[in-house]
Ligand binder design. Structure first.
Ligand SMILES: *Cc1c(COP(=O)(O)O)cnc(C)c1O
Length: 452
């Protein structure tokens, strides 16, 4: 243990790592020709040094696998691998308060008896979307499973879905698999590129449990394509007395055109107005809150969903509820403006980014590194508006010696770790996704990377 030197990990973790590597050493000694004399001699000494190196390596990997803040220089705003939407100060404060105290989580302060969990939040989510009712589950995938089970729990097992919407969302989340998990039966409609209303009409039968529309969030189709719009589909669903449910994915609340984004992303309020019975989407994509699956729509259906035993298993904890409640407050406020970091980042001008870049270039002078200010294209990510990019400013790093991927690896090893992307012979750090308050830490991390 002493031979390892100072290590900033709990002792138990270090001891476990040492034990495992000693076991590896024992096995390799048992399997080798080394006699007991060798063990005491030079072979053993070498093996011991190797083992120490392996322990250090193992501990370093462990240390770096710990959940920790990183600087996102990728330019992808809703980066699923980097934790999607960051939360703003007001939301963090709410989270902190809820975490360190008791709360009226399921306690009615008026009657003094048991109260409805998340009653206030559900009420205000509904208000935000102009829905009869709303609720939340762990994430959008969980929301979808709940919805599917709810609508196909009886004799009507079939889910009608367009072949053009049988998507994979990333992380192995495939719509057909989710359907199967929920006990529903997939009934594909139309073709990959064209699905007409008549296709749905023909597929509707007494076995139909619901019509599912999945927003094609992470890809787009062009050319000879067609699909009925939500209102047409809703009219058909009403005629056939089956619910129409839409998985929107992203949860844009404001009109995305007014946020400097070219494309229009349908909002939950819009699809509900178009006649969808229930809509679901993620809490931590464009909505800008914590991980959650928000469900909104008909009160009768929301009530029924909440009675499903699975709802209990997929419910959010008080920390998520507190953070979501504060996020909804911000959306409901007349001036949500920059209170949500995501929206703030979208609004920062290139001139402002340029100024920050210039200051960083100055701060990094004298290092064995060429630093240029480059142009970048930030993207929303999180399977949201794949066609949209936002002009941005990058710091383009080229080390005086050594390979670029080596520099990238060193930046990932810095504290805090910095994640960029390699492009056109440089390691690019997009400043739109770097918070201004992180600039000093970024310069510091780059210095560490070059000195290590
Ligand atoms: C992202 C996404 C999901 C999954 O959401 P999670 O909150 O990560 O479970 C489901 N459907 C669509 C259309 C999505 O874009």
């Amino acid at each position: 243990m002493q031979a390892l030197g100072a290590i900033d990990l709990p002792r138990t973790v270090v001891v476990a790592a040492v034990r495992e590597e000693i076991a590896v050493l024992r096995r390799s000694l048992a399997g080798s020709d080394a006699g007991p004399d060798d063990v005491a001699g030079t072979v053993a000494a070498e093996r011991l040094a190797e083992t120490l190196a392996r322990v250090r390596d193992r501990l370093e990997r462990l240390r770096r696998s710990r959940l920790q803040p990183v600087i996102n220089g990728t330019g992808v705003l809703i980066h699923t691998n980097l934790g999607r939407a960051p939360l703003g100060p007001a939301v963090i404060e709410a989270l902190t308060e809820a975490a360190g105290s008791y709360s009226n989580l399921e306690f009615d302060l008026v009657s003094g008896g048991r109260g409805g969990r998340a009653a206030w939040l559900e009420q205000n989510l509904a208000l935000l979307f102009g829905a009869e009712a709303a609720t939340i589950a762990n994430n959008c995938a969980a929301a979808l499973v709940l919805l599917l089970r709810h609508c196909t729990g009886g004799a009507r097992k079939e889910v009608l879905i367009s072949r053009g919407e049988l998507i994979q969302i990333g992380g192995g989340f495939r719509i057909p698999d989710i359907l199967e998990t929920s006990g529903a039966r997939l009934r594909e409609v139309g073709t990959t590129n064209r699905t007409e209303l008549a296709d749905y009409e023909r597929a509707c039968s007494p076995q139909t449990g619901l019509i599912l529309k999945v927003h094609r969030s992470n890809f787009f189709m062009g050319g000879f394509v067609a699909s009925p719009d939500t209102a047409e589909l809703a009219a058909l669903a009403r005629r056939r007395r089956v619910p129409l449910i839409e998985d929107l994915g992203s949860g844009a609340i404001r009109r995305t055109e007014t946020m400097g984004l070219g494309e229009h992303e349908p909002t939950p309020a819009e699809v509900l107005r178009a006649g969808v019975e229930l809509v679901c989407f993620s809490g931590d994509k464009l909505f800008g809150g914590p991980q959650a699956g928000i469900i909104a729509g008909r009160a009768r259906r929301v009530r029924a969903l909440k009675r499903d035993p699975l709802f209990r298993a997929l419910r959010c904890d008080k920390l998520v509820l507190a953070a979501m409640q504060a996020t909804v407050d911000l959306h409901l406020a007349s001036e949500p403006a920059d209170a949500l970091p995501l929206h703030g980042m979208l609004q920062v001008s290139c001139a402002e980014l340029q100024e920050r870049a210039a200051r960083l270039v100055a701060a990094l002078s004298g290092l064995p590194l060429e630093v240029r200010i480059g142009r970048g294209k930030s993207r929303l990510g999180g399977g949201t508006m794949p066609r949209t990019s936002i002009d941005s400013v990058t710091l383009d790093l080229q080390p005086a010696s050594g390979a670029l991927d080596e520099l990238a690896a060193r930046l990932r090893a810095a504290s805090p770790p910095v994640i960029g992307h390699l492009s056109a012979g440089a390691l690019k750090l997009d400043l739109r996704t770097v918070f201004p308050h992180q600039d000093a830490a970024l310069a510091d991390a780059i210095r560490q990377a070059l000195e290590s």
